[in-house]
Design a protein around this ligand. Structure first.
Ligand code: SF4
Length: 443
């Protein structure tokens, strides 16, 4: 039985409710009156329920789809302004005991070299990232006895301690396996930013088929992880599914139900939502995944999530191409990675980059090229982490977004951190463009 307030996975992500919502959406795909009323309701940035959002996702009336895309763009501009927050992933280890069928780090992959960075190697990676201009990282690690929570905590400490030239990493987001309340408390004490954990898929049968062995095979433990994180004091959590593992409508509805559940139980929804699509990697043939989604559906998913959950940051990574990232930015994406390596030790050792990559990167441009491109598109690349350092997290951050204060105040912070980036790291061409934008904003 569906209950958004329950802390039991199969009650807050109730299969019956998802199926009913999808059927309701399909039966209303051409219901112009209903769809127009939903767009009108969403225009004041109050969001939509998972069932209402499912109707928008199914809508097949061309002019209303156009209105939907336009509304997504306007909501993003109103609440977040034209800033785009920059970050990079940092892979610590590819040892893993799990058997996820879509990930090359799975335990049975005997061809991939296994690497766990030492603290000295992490320091060198961080220096390489600081030399690019990054201030915000997302650390990634497989799940393995070689990388216990103590290793993750020590690595976070190392990352925050490195001060190289004018560089500093000011926010470390953490993407590690589901763990205990006690370990989440330790991560909180280590001053992490967002705890990110992708559900991969909310469809339980598929989830169990795709995770045949290892601790991650426990659907309930994985799905209830964000509640344990919140219980451990982490108030910024990042949700995501890997689109392509199950029917996209199912995962779309499940994702929004998860966001509603967090809001219902903890009074604050997810800080971010990521929208990765399955992509090629070592030993992973994406053609074997029958649920792959085309670009037009991907764009619609981005737009409807932005409309349904207007206050949440939305992330698209370098899995997507430059062209697709440009389209997604216009539909509501507020954070992107840049200059990324998805391999362990990839920033310092180019050689290792391909051998241990978790997935193939589509957008291979450097951070400077991405900043330059964002400036051309009229966005302000932001390296700001002020909210985090001033304790504006969880509910405090969300209420500021809701009151329009983030769009208003953060533009200044974005410009200051852009100026810092231009001075310390940018190429001449990027610096000239950036300075011009800053001068225009002053007027
Ligand atoms: S997705 Fe994570 S848990 Fe699964 S095999 Fe890859 S690294 Fe391990």
């Amino acid at each position: 039985m569906y209950n958004a307030h329950s802390k039991i996975a199969e009650e807050f992500i109730a299969n019956d409710e998802i199926i009913d919502s999808i059927e309701y959406a399909k039966s209303n795909a051409t219901n112009r009156t209903l769809i127009e009323s939903l767009l009108k309701k969403a225009a004041d940035c109050q969001g939509l329920s998972h069932r209402e959002a499912a109707v928008l996702l199914e809508c097949n009336i061309a002019d209303l789809n156009e209105q939907m895309f336009d509304l997504a763009r306007r909501i993003k501009e109103k609440l977040y302004g034209n800033r785009i927050v920059m970050f990079a992933p940092l892979y610590l280890s590819n040892y893993c005991v799990n058997s996820c069928l879509y990930c090359p780090y799975h335990a049975k992959n005997k061809t991939m070299p296994r690497i766990k960075l030492t603290q000295e190697e992490i320091a060198r990676e961080v220096i390489a990232l600081q030399d690019m201009g990054h201030k915000r990282l997302a650390i990634e690690s497989g799940e393995h006895p070689q990388t216990p929570i103590e290793y993750i905590l020590e690595s976070i400490k190392t990352i925050y301690s490195i001060k190289h030239k004018n560089g500093a990493i000011r926010r470390v987001n953490v993407n590690i396996a589901a763990t205990t309340v006690e370990n989440y408390q330790k991560l909180k004490e280590a001053e992490i930013g967002t705890y990110i954990l992708f559900q991969e898929t909310y469809q339980k049968e598929n989830y169990e088929r795709l995770h045949p062995h290892g601790p991650k095979s426990n659907y309930a433990y994985h799905t209830e992880a964000m509640d344990r994180a919140m219980e451990g004091g982490i108030d910024d959590v990042g949700l995501g599914v890997l689109f392509g593992l199950s029917d996209y409508q199912y995962d779309f509805v499940g994702l929004l139900m998860h966001a509603e559940h967090l809001e219902a139980v903890w009074g604050v929804g997810p800080h971010t939502i990521s929208v990765p699509r399955i992509c090629p990697a070592d030993t992973i043939d994406t053609t074997l995944f029958e649920y792959g989604i085309p670009d037009d559906i991907f764009q619609k998913i981005v737009a409807v999530i932005r409309i349904a959950v207007p206050y949440t940051g939305m992330i698209v990574s370098t899995r997507e191409s430059q062209t697709m990232r440009e389209k997604a930015l216009a539909l509501g994406i507020s954070q992107i990675s840049g200059g990324s390596h998805t391999s362990v030790g990839g920033y310092e050792e180019e050689h290792q980059a391909n051998e241990t990559a978790q997935f193939d990167i589509s957008d291979q441009r450097s951070l400077d090229e991405i900043v330059n491109w964002l400036l051309d598109l009229g966005y302000i690349p932001s390296f700001c982490t002020a909210c985090y350092s001033s304790g504006r997290t969880g509910g405090r951050f969300m209420s500021m977004v809701k009151n329009g204060l983030i769009a208003k105040n953060c533009t200044a912070n974005a410009l200051i951190t852009l100026k810092e980036y231009l001075k310390d790291y940018a190429s001449d061409e990027t610096r000239i463009k950036g300075e011009k934008l800053i001068d225009e904003c002053k007027r």
